[in-house]
Structure formats: structure tokens, C-alpha cells
Design a protein around this ligand. Structure first.
Ligand code: NAD
Ligand code: UDP
Length: 427
């Protein structure tokens, strides 16, 4: 029986298209390719310098229903004249290519700025000149720090999450000399997560929130600043030259195939994003490292939920063009410390191994990332625009997404780690 015709959100039939996906071999690209192959008739010209994460789509048996719908083009967009031809052959270009791991922003700021701004310029230009639609991947980091983070610590619009200590108890502790009370104060400070009474101080809205970065010597912001400028360029091409564009601001998408495990499928000294750092620690039975006490807050969204949002953008151009979309899960907010605690518990459940007695260790950002690191304090996406335009909502809780992701990490890496760690050191 023929499957029913696929229709968009307005009930119109969806026409098969060709998509030039740049950065298709990365974390998000691999999930998007999987979704497009399994659930749609669209073709993908997959552009990247690596293909390991989509090998299963490229090298499957010829009987797979998508074998003639995905073609890999190994090229570096920095210096390859084939790029314009691929964009011309496509109806839509999706640009995911970027250096996007915080450990690089302050240590390789030139590469970061080139990758996120200069290398993206020809992509925008070719789309604009050839009247091709563009979905460009930016980041929630363009918001930088929240307005609330600049309130004085004793400001009445600031409050602390932890109801354990009221203001009087806190002032007693603040003036205390006793060792025990000082320790309590340290614990309190560590867990005292800023909550602001007015959402205007912390909810990040695409069309209203300012972009607040630290000083130039805090090179952490080289990434956010480059992303902001390319967003402004894409927007200006839309305003002046009619480019049909959509900008995506991902808020900590996580799941299987994110980044690498150092010493297994990436460099031993490499520092990936937090999911892979903590997975690596858990796999190696090492304490999880909390940068500056793990007080920063993040909202994490499951990659499979987020990919649903991207598919809606691809297939509903009339609703997505001209918009910037936050894509995240405001219900999954935790501090990095809470994330570490939850990952420890979930990993113990999926691996059957008891957690370490001391599961976390504090480390300064200077020690972990080097000079010039800085951090976003809190990232909660406003969902009004994506809800209104595409009716999208995330579904998966943090516990559930960690359970499926850590099951994958354990299945994929535990044996390899065991082998590496059991090898005697070369003398
Ligand atoms: P990723 O590093 O896994 O994927 C990026 C891919 O781009 C890699 O496969 C890389 O090889 C490729 N690439 C980089 N430079 C290239 C070049 N010059 N030529 C060809 N290929 C090149 O990262 P990801 O998590 O999949 O992120 C994709 C996009 O989403 C990035 O633009 C990133 O800034 C943005 N983003 C992601 C998140 C997230 O939560 N994962 C958060 C914020 C922003
Ligand atoms: N972080 C941490 N320990 C690690 C890796 C990261 O405490 O081993 C912190 C980091 O300082 C930041 C948060 O986790 O506050 C998220 O870091 P990630 O690299 O995932 O990227 P970000 O959300 O900052 O873009």
C-alpha cells in the first residue's frame, strides 16, 4: 500500500528537494542526515572533511532505500571551488560547519573567528547570488551573559535557589570565623544558583534580548562574536537582497555521537563539550571535573527532539523564512554540578557499576581551559517564536535523554576504554 502523501503544516504536499548540507559529518549533521534518509524523500549532498559519523548511511547495502539519495563530498569549504556548484545544484543549503568547542575559543581564537565568520561568507554569498534558500546554524551563545548576572549580589531582584539558608542565617555565616560555618558558607555559595525574580533578567528572546559579551581579552567570546556578525550579515542579505534565510540558535543539543572520547576517537589531550568530558570521566572511573564549582546553568535538549524542529523548518519555508529560532528545552535546566550528579547516577544505572565515593572534583577555569576563558551564566530559551511559527515543543526529559545517551556511550566505548587502560605503559 502506498504511504500517504506527506504534507506541510498548512496541508500542502511536500515536494522532494535537494539539500546541500555543509558540516553533514558532524554531530547535528549526522542526526539530520539519518532523519532525512529514514523519513523523507529529500536528497542530500553531504559536505564535510570527515564522514565517520555518517558512514552507516553511506556504506550500507545497496538495498537500503536511501542509497541514491545521499552523496558525500569530502571538501574543505575554506578553499574548494566545488562549493558554489553544489549550492547551485541544490534547492536549500544548510550550513553547520564550524569550530564550536569552547576549549578552542580562547586557545585558537583565530581559527575560531575564521571558521565561524570568514569561511561562512562564501556560503552566504553563493546562496544570495543564486537565489537559494539558506538555513544557517548560529548559537545560543550569541546572547552571551544574562542581564541579571550584572545585578549586585545583594540586589532585591536577585534571589537564591536554595531555600535552606534565609537572609539572617546567611549574614551570620558571612561574618563567621568557625571552620564548620565557613565550610557551610562555601557549600552554600557553591550551590547558590542565581534566580532572578523578573524573567526579563534571564529569559533569552530572539527579537528582544541584547547580546552581552565580556571584554576582548576574554577570548571565549571570539566564537559568539563571529557568530553574531555572520547572523547580522545573513539578516542584511535578506533585507537588502532578498535572501531567503532561517537562523537556528541551538541551546545545548546533546545525544549520541556528540564530539569524541579523548584517546579513543579523538586526541588524548582534546577537550570536548561537557557531555563528552563527563562521559569520558565516567567511562574511565575518574571524578567529573567541575569548572569554577559547576555553578553555570544550562538547558539541555535531546538531539532527536531538536532535529524534529529542523525538519519542520526545512519543510515549511513559508513559516521559517526570515526568522531566527531558539531551539532548546526550557524545562531541562540544571547547574553543571547537578548535571554531573545526574550523569553519575544514570551511568551507574546503565553500566551496573557503583558510583565513585567522591564523584566530582573542582577545577579552576584557568587550569581547565587556560587564560581568557569566561562563561555564560544561564541560558533559558524563550519558545514563543518557534511555537507560533512551527508549533514545535521538545518532549524528552533530562533523565530520559541521559539514559539513552549514556547507554549508547557505554555500549560504544566501555570495551575500548578497558583495553586502553589495561595496556601496560611503554617504558
Ligand atoms: P560538530 O563539530 O560536530 O560539526 C561540525 C562539522 O563541520 C564537523 O563535522 C566538521 O568537520 C565540519 N567542518 C568544520 N569546518 C569545516 C570546513 N572548513 N569544511 C568542511 N567541513 C567543516 O558540531 P555540531 O554540534 O554538529 O554543531 C553544528 C553547528 O551548530 C555549528 O555551527 C555550531 O556552532 C552550532 N551549534 C551547536 C550546538 C550544539 O548544541 N551541538 C550549540 C550551539 C551551536
Ligand atoms: N564544564 C565543566 N566540566 C567539564 C566540561 C565543561 O564544568 O569537564 C562546564 C563549562 O565550564 C560550562 C558548561 O560545563 O560551564 C558547558 O560547557 P560546554 O563545553 O558543553 O559548552 P557551553 O555550554 O559552555 O557552550
Amino acid at each position: 500500500m502506498a504511504s500517504p502523501a506527506r504534507v506541510d503544516l498548512d496541508g500542502n504536499p511536500i515536494r522532494p528537494i535537494t539539500i546541500c548540507m555543509i558540516g553533514a559529518g558532524g554531530f547535528i549533521g549526522s542526526h539530520l542526515c539519518e532523519k532525512l534518509m529514514a523519513e523523507t524523500p529529500h536528497k542530500v549532498l553531504a559536505v564535510d572533511v570527515y564522514s565517520d559519523k555518517i558512514k552507516h548511511l553511506l556504506e550500507g547495502p545497496a538495498s537500503l532505500p536511501w542509497t541514491d539519495r545521499i552523496h558525500f563530498h569530502r571538501l574543505n569549504i575554506k578553499n574548494d571551488s566545488r562549493l558554489e556548484g553544489l549550492i547551485k545544484m541544490s534547492d536549500l543549503t544548510i550550513n553547520l560547519a564550524a569550530i564550536c568547542t569552547p576549549a578552542d575559543y580562547n586557545t585558537r581564537p583565530l581559527d575560531t573567528i575564521y571558521s565561524n565568520f570568514i569561511d561562512a561568507l562564501p556560503v552566504v554569498k553563493y546562496c544570495s547570488e543564486n537565489n537559494k534558500r539558506l538555513i544557517h546554524f548560529s548559537t545560543c551563545e550569541v546572547y552571551g551573559k544574562t542581564i541579571g548576572s550584572f545585578l549586585p549580589t545583594d540586589h532585591p531582584m536577585r534571589q537564591y535557589d536554595r531555600g535552606l539558608l534565609d537572609a539572617d542565617a546567611c549574614s551570620v555565616l558571612c561574618h563567621s570565623d568557625s571552620e564548620m560555618e565557613t565550610k557551610m558558607l562555601i557549600d552554600f555559595k557553591r550551590e547558590a544558583v542565581s534566580q532572578y525574580k523578573d524573567p526579563a533578567y534571564f529569559i533569552l528572546k530572539e527579537d528582544a534580548s541584547p547580546c552581552i559579551f565580556g571584554p576582548i581579552e576574554k577570548q571565549r567570546w571570539s566564537y559568539a562574536c563571529a557568530k553574531q556578525l555572520i547572523e547580522r550579515l545573513v539578516y542584511a542579505e535578506g533585507a537588502e537582497n532578498g535572501l531567503e534565510f532561517t537562523i537556528v540558535r541551538p541551546f545545548n543539543w546533546i545525544g549520541p555521537r556528540m564530539d569524541f572520547i579523548p584517546g579513543i576517537d579523538g586526541p588524548s589531550e582534546g577537550v570536548p563539550r561537557v557531555l563528552a568530558c563527563f562521559s569520558n570521566n565516567l567511562l574511565r572511573h575518574e571524578p567529573l571535573k567541575l569548572v569554577d564549582g559547576g555553578q553555570s546553568q544550562r538547558t539541555f535538549v535531546y538531539i532527536k527532539d531538536a532535529i524534529e524542529a529542523v525538519l519542520l523548518m526545512i519543510e515549511n519555508p513559508a513559516r521559517a523564512n526570515g526568522h531566527i529560532f531558539n531551539v532548546g528545552n526550557p524545562n531541562n535546566e540544571v547547574t553543571v554540578r547537578q548535571l554531573a550528579e545526574m550523569m553519575t547516577e544514570v551511568y551507574s544505572k546503565v553500566s551496573g557499576e557503583p558510583p565513585l565515593e567522591v564523584p566530582t572534583v573542582d577545577v579552576s577555569s584557568k587550569e581547565f581551559y587556560g587564560e581568557g576563558y569566561d562563561d555564560s551564566d544561564k541560558r533559558i530559551p524563550d519558545m514563543t517564536i518557534i511555537n507560533r511559527q512551527l508549533g514545535w515543543n521538545p518532549k524528552t526529559s533530562l533523565w530520559d535523554l541521559l539514559e539513552s545517551t549514556l547507554t549508547y556511550q557505554h555500549r560504544t566505548y566501555a570495551e575500548a576504554i578497558k583495553q586502553v587502560t589495561s595496556k601496560p605503559l611503554a617504558s
